[in-house]
Design a protein around this ligand. Structure first.
Ligand SMILES: [Zn+2]
Length: 320
């Protein structure tokens, strides 16, 4: 039985966007600790950012993003929405991308089936710039790298905000993207979101983009119905590896950036079981999971991630 691999380092904690900012990377530390406590020796924590990998990883980053933007970001400028001249933020953004570079290496070498990068799935970043607290689009990178390696790859995203950056960066690449999100909140992208107060799906069969919109207050029933739609798409596509943006910000409660989607552990577990079932059926259990969003950093977000990751890992390693 292979370990669950978590790509985590305390360098992630340097992703500090200001006092009281909703993105608190302590959620990643707590989720890692929960999974290690639960799985014990079956969980391995890998440093995302070893010194000897830095130059190579920056070259990879520049193959995915505008090199000028990458240089500016690493110098601590052009961080976009946040601060300027903060090199710690630049390095933390790089490390979070590197966590997914390690995940791709582990999948391709066969050393891991399930890899979790709690500060991965920065799904709003685009080629030229960061957006929505996301600097570098690690999942778009992973999709392209795995495809380049000859694998059929599929991306699914249930962060409550639409996976706009991933869909746009993968345009024309023939890689399916599924996103289940609030139809009218941030990022207000009509290519993915209904924006009219309806749950109207937005599907582009040519580009293989499948977008399912939920509304404020919908709760687990609508989430699970969209997960059933996703299951049929994944089952038909038969991917060799699944990429998952497991945002926890659809979770019910306070501090969810104005969305109120009322998902609970029941819905997240159902969604995780679907991914595990499809991974077992088609993908030799191979899943890369990025944390994406989650703004209840001390309890609900790390608990949701730990539930999703352990459910997928347990199911995949049992071969159920
Ligand atoms: Zn989000």
């Amino acid at each position: 039985m292979k370990n669950l691999v978590i790509t985590y380092s305390d360098i992630y904690l340097n992703w500090q966007l200001g006092a009281g900012h909703p993105t608190n990377p302590v959620r990643a530390k707590l989720a890692t600790e929960m999974l290690v406590a639960q799985l014990q020796e079956r969980a391995a924590v890998v440093n995302p950012a070893p010194k000897d990998k830095r130059d190579g990883d920056i070259a990879i980053l520049k193959s995915v993003h505008d090199p000028e933007y990458v240089d500016q970001h690493l110098a601590g400028t052009n961080i976009g929405l946040w601060f300027e001249n903060d090199p710690y933020l630049g390095e933390a953004g790089l490390a979070m991308f590197q966590g997914t570079v390690r995940a791709v290496e582990l999948i391709l070498s066969g050393e891991a089936q399930v890899v979790f990068n709690p500060q991965g799935a920065k799904h709003h970043a685009t080629y030229h710039r960061g957006a929505g607290f996301c600097a570098f689009n690690d999942m778009a990178y992973a999709a392209m790298a795995l495809k380049e390696a000859g694998l059929k790859v599929l991306y699914i995203d249930w962060d409550i905000h639409a996976g706009d950056g991933v869909q746009h960066m993968l345009r024309g690449k023939g890689i399916p993207t599924i996103s289940i999100h609030n139809g009218s909140g941030y990022p207000s992208d009509r290519d993915l979101q209904s924006m009219d107060g309806t749950r109207r799906p937005i599907i582009d069969e040519e580009e293989l983009n499948y977008n399912f919109n939920v509304l404020d207050g919908d709760g687990d029933d609508y989430f699970m119905a969209a997960i059933d739609e996703a299951r049929a798409i994944i089952d038909a596509y038969q991917p060799d590896v699944i990429l998952l943006a497991a945002g926890a910000d659809g979770h019910t409660g306070a501090n969810n950036l104005g969305v109120d989607s009322n998902y609970t552990a029941k819905g997240f577990k159902y969604a995780a079981e679907m991914v595990a079932e499809m991974a077992n059926k088609h993908s030799q259990g191979r899943v890369i999971i990025g944390g994406a969003g989650g703004y209840q950093p001390f309890k609900e977000t790390p608990e949701t991630w730990a539930l999703v990751v352990s459910t997928i890992y347990d199911t995949v390693t049992k071969g159920a």
